[in-house]
Structures are given as C-alpha cells and as structure tokens.
Design a protein around this ligand. Structure first.
Ligand SMILES: C[S@@+](CC[C@H](N)C(=O)[O-])C[C@H]1O[C@@H](n2cnc3c(N)ncnc32)[C@H](O)[C@@H]1O
Length: 290
C-alpha cells in the first residue's frame, strides 16, 4: 500500500502533527534523523498493524514531537518513549504531562543504543534511519512483536528470500528472530522535512527458528564472514570467516561439509542451511574446543 496526496484529518481526538511540531518550537535537524511523520492517514494506520499484539506496554524509539506517541497512547495501556534530543524530550514531558501524571507514559531522555530498555510487550517506532539497524538488533533478541519504520531499501533487504538480489546477512539475521513482513510503503511526502528515500513499515513477529544454532554470537559472526564475500563460493567464504569468528581451522570445515554446498554462493542458502553449516564450523573448526 502506498499513500500520496496531502495530509488529511486524523482520527477523532488525535493531536494535529503539524501543531505538535510547531509547539515543540524547534526546527528539525536532519543530521539527527529528524524527519517527522505528518500524514494523519499513515499515523492512524500504524497502531492497527500492532492490533494483534500485546499492547500493555509499548516502547517507542525516537518519539520526536510526539505524533506517533499520541496515537500509541490511544491504544496502549502504557507507553515508554525514548528520545535523544533534549529539546524534544522536554517538549514531550510538557505536551503529555497528563499521561505522565497518570503513569501511562514514561519519557526516557537518552540514546536508544545506550539506555536500559524496559520490559516492553511490543515496540512501535518510526526509527532514526542512521541507527535503525543497531536499534532493530537491540530490540529483536527480546522476542517481542515490533512494528518499525525503516528506509524502504533496508526493509526490502530485511524481508528478502533466498535467491533474490536483496537476500543477505540482514535477511538471515532478522529472519532468525522474527517473521518479517512489509505492510506499507510510505513516500517522502508523509514526512516533514521529507527524506530523500521512500520508507516502509515492517511488522516483525517473533518466531522460534525451526533449526538450532551452536551459539548466537558465533552464528552472527559466521554470517558476517560468509556474506562479506557473497560472490565467492562457500568454499572460499567459509575460509573468510576465520578472521571474524574464532574459527581456527576453516579447511577442516570445508572438508567436512557437503561438497555441492561448498560450490554454492551465500545468497542461495536458506537460514537453516547456514545454521547447519555454522554448527559444523563450531564443532569441527575450533580445535581445542572439542
Ligand atoms: C524519524 S524521527 C521520528 C519522530 C517521530 N516518532 C515521528 O514519527 O514523527 C526519529 C527521532 O529519533 C530521534 N533520535 C535519533 N537518534 C536517536 C537515538 N540514537 N536514540 C533515541 N532517539 C534518537 C530523533 O531526535 C528524532 O526525534
């Protein structure tokens, strides 16, 4: 679904996003990824993408002037909003003083990459694109449902299937934690100031993978290694993992692995195949560990 045209009236009782930006009294700083959603139709739809989720405590990362915070407060029991910019954090405390007094909203002023995250039941956020990958991979291991806005190109890589051009480490690692679904494409006109790229809203439903990995950190490092040289065959790509993982003997892994698999490229293999290969690497390529 794509939206276009001018912003329209928001849901009953919702604060006007332009008025929120004006009341914040501060110009957006695009170097801080400050692109604010001003399209009421998009803002009204976002909570709906989380309607099957537990909304007892919703985490919003990068609340800005608070247009999404306002929509989330309408559907959630409790919201925690993280915002790094002290001016916007002060504005949020003032704008939503009633919800804060009623213990329904907590404003955390700080960097979402550093602050302690609360025990949230779901996260719904229009992420700062410069840190969206790091933030997403802080949230994903918590195993909670997420509705997150990303750059469209990033979202497509996240949701890609094996064999497609977009399929890569991001697709495997995101898919390790969640089922990934692009639910809406959002054009630059929905934001002020407008970003140069299209955006996409992604729903991530936590999943238990139907495969096991030897160790999460080893698996992530192994994927980093094999995808660094994605055009090479797995035979060479596995050798390339040695300097990233603590894999002492990559040749032992290549020798022990299925030969036809070693002739393929990383972009052709499923997450389950990577997991099996990482397990083999963990068990045969780390002399002294076994
Ligand atoms: C894309 S804007 C979204 C604002 C608002 N949620 C909206 O939809 O209009 C991202 C917000 O994240 C904030 N931000 C940027 N980097 C951050 C970080 N590392 N931690 C927390 N907030 C951050 C920016 O100040 C900005 O307000």
């Amino acid at each position: 679904m794509t939206t276009d045209g001018p912003p329209s009236e928001g849901a009953d009782g919702a604060r006007d996003p332009d008025a929120l930006v004006a009341r914040a009294g501060k110009r957006a700083d695009t170097r801080q990824d400050q692109h604010f959603l001003i399209d009421d139709r998009v803002l009204d739809r976002i909570p709906g993408y989380a309607d099957q989720m537990d909304r007892s405590h919703v985490l919003e990362v990068g609340a800005g002037p608070g247009a999404l915070t306002d929509r989330l407060l309408a559907v959630a029991d409790r919201v925690t909003a993280i915002e790094r910019d002290p001016d916007f954090a002060a504005h949020l405390r003032e704008e939503f003083a009633d919800a804060i007094d009623a213990d329904r909203l907590t404003i955390v002023e700080g960097d979402a990459l550093d602050v302690d995250l609360p025990e949230f039941s779901a996260s719904v956020s229009n992420l700062p694109y410069g840190a969206s990958s790091e933030i997403a991979f802080r949230l994903l291991p918590r195993g909670k449902p997420l509705v997150l806005m990303f750059q469209q190109e990033f979202a497509e890589r996240m949701a890609a299937d094996p064999g497609s051009d977009d399929y890569g480490r991001l697709s495997v690692t995101a898919g390790h934690y969640a089922d990934v679904e692009i639910v809406e494409t959002v054009p630059p006109t929905a934001f002020d100031p407008q970003p140069r790229v299209d955006s996409a809203i992604v729903r991530l439903r936590p999943r238990e993978p139907d495969y096991s990995v030897p160790d999460d950190d080893f698996f992530m490092d192994f994927l980093k290694g094999v995808f660094t040289q994605r055009r090479k065959t797995m035979r060479n790509a596995v050798r390339n993992t040695a300097h990233i993982t603590d894999l002492g003997d990559p040749d032992a892994v290549v020798d022990a692995a299925d030969e036809s698999l070693m002739g393929k490229r990383a972009g052709e293999l499923s997450p389950a195949t990577f997991a099996a290969l990482a397990t083999l690497a963990y068990e045969t390529g780390r002399p002294g560990e076994y």
